[in-house]
Design a protein around this ligand. Structure first.
Ligand code: NI
Ligand code: MN
Length: 226
C-alpha cells in the first residue's frame, strides 16, 4: 500500500487499486503550500470528524473528484447541504464492505463540530481491512482503553496516530497506544502544523526506538510504501 502525506492529518492511501484520502486540510495549511490541492485524486474521502483542520478541503475535493465521503451521520447531512451528495454515513461500532475492503468505525475520544458551528456527531477512527493490508487511522483522539479492542478485530500492518499533544495524545501516549493495538509500525500525524502542536522530531523517534518500535514522521509531499 502506497501512502502520500499532505500535511497535518491528511494522507492518501492507495489500497486494492483505490485511492483513500483522509481528513483533507491542505489549502489552509501554511506548511503544505507546495501541495497542489487541485491535482489530488481520490475515490473515497474518509472523514474522522468535523473540525476545520480536518475538513477544510473536503467539499471542494469531493465535488471535483466525485469521491464518496465516508463519515458520521451528522457530517453526511452537513455535506449534503453543501451540495456533496456522494456520501456514506456510518457511526461508531459499525462496519461496511466497500469495493476496496471493509471499514469499521471505532471510538475516538475527542469532539466534533462543523466549521459553521453545527453539531458534527461523535468523532471516530477507522479500521480499514482489505485483502492487501489492515490499518488503523485514529483521527484526533486521546489514548483510550477502547484501543485494546482493535486486536480482536484485525491484525494491523500499520497505524496512523496523532502525536502533537495539546488537542490529542502525545508521542508517549502514542507509544502506549501502539501496545494496545499491537502494532509496531506507527505513522505520526497531527504535529507541527500550529504552535500548540510543535514537537521535537528527534525525541519522538528516540522514544519509539528505545522501545524497539518504529514511528515514521513523514515530510509533507512524501510518498512511501507500507
Ligand atoms: Ni479535532
Ligand atoms: Mn485536529
Amino acid at each position: 500500500m502506497k501512502v502520500t502525506y499532505y500535511g497535518h492529518s491528511c494522507f492518501l492511501v492507495e489500497t486494492n487499486g483505490k485511492k483513500l484520502l483522509f481528513d483533507p486540510f491542505i489549502s489552509f495549511n501554511e506548511l503544505a503550500k507546495d501541495i497542489d490541492v487541485n491535482s489530488i485524486q481520490a475515490d473515497y474521502i474518509l472523514q474522522s470528524h468535523g473540525h476545520t483542520d480536518h475538513i477544510a478541503d473536503t467539499v471542494a475535493i469531493a465535488k471535483r473528484t466525485g469521491a464518496k465521503v465516508v463519515c458520521s451521520w451528522e457530517i453526511h447531512e452537513w455535506l449534503n447541504k453543501q451540495g456533496v451528495e456522494n456520501t456514506h454515513p456510518m457511526n461508531i461500532g459499525g462496519k461496511w464492505q466497500f469495493d476496496f475492503g471493509t471499514v469499521k468505525c471505532v471510538v475516538a475520544q475527542h469532539s466534533s463540530a462543523m466549521p459553521d458551528g453545527s453539531y458534527g456527531g461523535n468523532p471516530m477512527g477507522f479500521l480499514v481491512m482489505s485483502s492487501e493490508h489492515n490499518f488503523y487511522y485514529s483521527g484526533d483522539t486521546a489514548l483510550t482503553m477502547d484501543m485494546k479492542l482493535i486486536p480482536n478485530w484485525c491484525k494491523l500492518d500499520a497505524a496512523f496516530l496523532p502525536i502533537g499533544d495539546n488537542f490529542t495524545m502525545d508521542a508517549a501516549d502514542a507509544l502506549t497506544a501502539s501496545s494496545f493495538i499491537e502494532c509496531n509500525k506507527i505513522i505520526a500525524m497531527h504535529f507541527d502544523t500550529f504552535g500548540f502542536i510543535k514537537v521535537n522530531h528527534e525525541q519522538v523517534v528516540n522514544l519509539f526506538e528505545d522501545a524497539n518500535k518504529t514511528i515514521k514522521m513523514p515530510a509533507i509531499g512524501e510518498s512511501f510504501d507500507i
